[in-house]
Write a protein that binds this ligand. Sequence first.
Ligand code: NAD
Length: 347
Amino acid sequence: MKTILITGGAGFIGSHVVREFVLKYPEIKIINLDALTYAGNLENLKDIENHSNYHFIKADIVNEKQILEIFEEHLPDGVIHLAAESHVDRSITNPLEFVMTNVIGTVNLLNAANKIWKNNFDGKRFHHVSTDEVFGTLGEEGFFTEETSYDPHSPYSASKASSDHFVRAYADTYGLPMVITNCSNNYGPNHFPEKLIPLCIHNIINNKPLPIYGDGKFTRDWLFVIDHAKAIDLVFHEGKNGDCYNVGGFNEWQNIDLVKELCTQMDEKLGKEVGTSEQLITFVKDRPGHDLRYAIDANKINKELGWKPTVTFEQGLSKTIDWFLENKEWLDNVTSGNYQKYYETQY
Ligand code: NAD
């Protein structure tokens, strides 16, 4: 039996990647390695936790010794690396935590893979999951391609850029077989409610203000998380060794327009008069180093591997809202305790 180790599988995107692999590849042993930080939640995987090819290991990628022992014991053929500190605002208040997990943690995984695969790279692959934020910001025109120079502006994006460089350096220096995907903003079920879309859904349900940075003109490209999981599957299995692939939804929205669209859908689903939720919109002080616009050119993955998003934004948003409305307990659980304390200091 082949073994694939997925890091960060209890988080938002990782849980969808783990589910995709567990269900699609019953003959492959899937190990979900996750430290279960505030963002990790095994509830995200309740439906597949009893599958015989699914295994969970609680471990911290910053712990070099523990990671090496896990690699030596389980001898994974493939690694899909999603574990990260992922929230830009948190990176502004605690950059070092981002360096530890995103940079040191990645290097620990690379070292462990290098050590157990040394001189036998046949059928081996390290897939590093990264973000479009490493490219910095765009003006009103243009797109990020795989050739765009790195220009990160937040401690989060700087730590992800650094981890991308380490992955490439290990390929160049040691011949480590790798692929990297740089994806735009994801949304969908299991999304932690500190991020814009689930935060607004949660606040509309609870009749709380909808905080929008600056003038709301910041523009992001949005992709339904299951389409990202499918892209990762495709690149992991069929991507060219050593290559990077941009993944995006061809779906740009200014924050203010996106929140208004969300308000309209929520009003309809909650049986409120359209326009009710929009009244909750509150503009808040902009975050430092905020990038104006991200937009991904996803033509390479489309042309080379045939990937394209399977749901429109309208469908994806509707599915996402329905999921949050049907899983209020999940939302209540993650918005209590420590998260609540953090949240109260932010807004
Ligand atoms: P998330 O914050 O929801 O999940 C991160 C997971 O990593 C959690 O389960 C957490 O417990 C785990 N983790 C954190 N530190 C760890 C450590 N030291 N050891 C082991 N596990 C640890 O993040 P996400 O939004 O699902 O993002 C997953 C990956 O995808 C990240 O690498 C992120 O940079 C990248 N990405 C995210 C987006 C997005 O829109 N969310 C877009 C592009 C790329």
